[in-house]
Design a protein around this ligand. Structure first.
Ligand SMILES: [Zn+2]
Length: 88
C-alpha cells in the first residue's frame, strides 16, 4: 500500500484509487494540443495518453494543511513541497 507522509503529519493513502488529493499538472501547450485534438479529431484515451506522456507532473495536495507536493521531474519519487505563505 503506497503512502505519502506530509510534513504536517498527515498520511495520504495513494493506493485507494482516485483520491481528491492526487492531482496532475500539465503544461499549457499540452492542454492546447489536447483541445485541438478533441475539436478536430475526436481524440480517444490512447491519443490522450500519447500526448501527455512524459509531460505530466504528479501533485499531492495535503487535505490537512493544503501544502502542495510537486514532483520535481528529477525522478517520479522526488517531490518538493510548497505551502501557503499568508493564510488569511
Ligand atoms: Zn499536510
Amino acid at each position: 500500500m503506497s503512502k505519502f507522509s506530509c510534513k504536517c503529519g498527515y498520511v495520504m493513502n495513494l493506493s485507494e484509487g482516485w483520491s481528491s488529493y492526487e492531482l496532475t499538472m500539465l503544461p499549457e501547450g499540452i492542454m492546447n494540443h489536447i483541445m485541438e485534438e478533441l475539436d478536430d479529431n475526436n481524440m480517444d484515451s490512447d491519443k490522450f495518453l500519447e500526448i501527455t506522456n512524459n509531460h505530466e507532473l504528479a501533485v499531492y495536495r495535503c487535505p490537512s494543511c493544503n501544502r502542495l507536493w510537486l514532483e520535481s521531474g528529477v525522478n517520479s519519487n522526488h517531490f518538493i513541497s510548497y505551502i501557503i505563505e499568508n493564510n488569511e
